[in-house]
Write a protein that binds this ligand. Sequence first.
Ligand code: FRU
Length: 475
Amino acid sequence: MAEREGLLIDQAYEEVKKYKDIVQQDPYRLSYHLMPPVGLLNDPNGLIQYKGVYHVFYQWNPFETAHGAKFWGHYSSMDMVHWKEDPIALAPIEWYEISGCYSGSALESDGKLYLFYTGNVKLEDGIRETYQCLAVSSDGIHFEKKGPILRLPEGYTAHFRDPKVWKKNGRWYMIIGAQTLSEKGAAVLFTSNDLYHWDELGPIAGSGMNGLENFGYMWECPDLIQLNGKDILLVSPQGLEAEGYLYNNLFQSGYFIGKLDYEAVQFQHGSFTELDRGFDFYAPQTFTDESGRTILYGWMGITDESEPYQPTIRNKWLHALTIPRELEFRNDTVFQKPVEELKKLRTDELSMENGNHTSLDGVCTAELILDFVQFGEGIFEVNFRHEAYLRYDSLKKEISLHRRNVKDEQMEKRVCCIDSLSKLHIFMDHSSLEIFINDGQEVFTARYFPTPNVKTISFNGNVVFTLKKWNLESD
Ligand code: FRU
């Protein structure tokens, strides 16, 4: 490691050490989600199971609870439940990444772990440069930077980033999030047979393409996956206008279902569906593990005007990743379900038949499953620690999550339509909610900040359900 890089990494660890106690004592620190040891975390990066071990890298600014020159922080695990903090994987020190080692992905080839990421450069005159870079490891811990492997092609601004790489029919493919010179978001495809030399194939989707009208000024974090024979493009477009209940967050994350013709470089696809209906979900990434499951992590946060008001900032840390979710495709919908391994966290099972108006105390880090046996007309509500509530209106067929906004302290809501409500699967952590509706047909993800000693959850409405509840303890 170059001396300069060593110094920068030492400075990051100094920050971790300096604020460790203050970070750890925060009542809003989560119990079983991945968080930064100090500073700001954003996108999940480089997700992979390599030589049996699960690796999660993440965008990390160790020096501030604000965005800046990102590092790649690193956690690893045998089971996606018990995590070890690994040494910093990438620190922004070289000329081609000096303003940040931005998002990217991982793959294995010839027993080595390859990381593809965006080298972000902001020059003093406000000009940006972008380089797609490679770093290689033989042990999954120490990475050797190989420098840029792809320059900015013609036709795009320097908002060109977040390479996701995969193999198909013996060739490598890379998809990159882009902005065209006319400021339209796009996803651009490249190919290679050695991982070092990349040829441009062209954009496969974007604002104004394939029948899409105006669809954002920039597309971030594209990810192309296959589920049940369909090609599904996950992407995080920026610049969509809210339309009724849709696109109510500042930025969106969702997917297009279609078929990618690799020869003709054409992706016929349908309309865009948001992956999450809550407040805090952005820049998701997937990987396929050794058992063949497609697993997604998202950033349980977003860059918007309330970001600087998050209460954890006073304790020197900000944001977390979602729990890992297995993706399944049925009825033209991507379903998300918490991975099986999370059952290991369960303790103190409580079960209840014929639940209706009920309240439970001491519920803070918990998993709950409600199966509805009977549903009367009207409103059913779950109140979370007097700080957020989920409401289902069986007449309007709408489900909504309400929580207090950290900036203006007013209640705010996100809504989506469902035909019926048969099941709720809820993961609560000290300051987060992840609510899976009807086996993951829809998901609401949100941070919320209840008074720490208020731990009551209550259910109200003209319904009958069976309830199972566990406390979740991560040792
Ligand atoms: C998405 C994003 C990516 C970028 C990274 C920088 O949240 O803006 O496009 O690579 O974050 O941290």
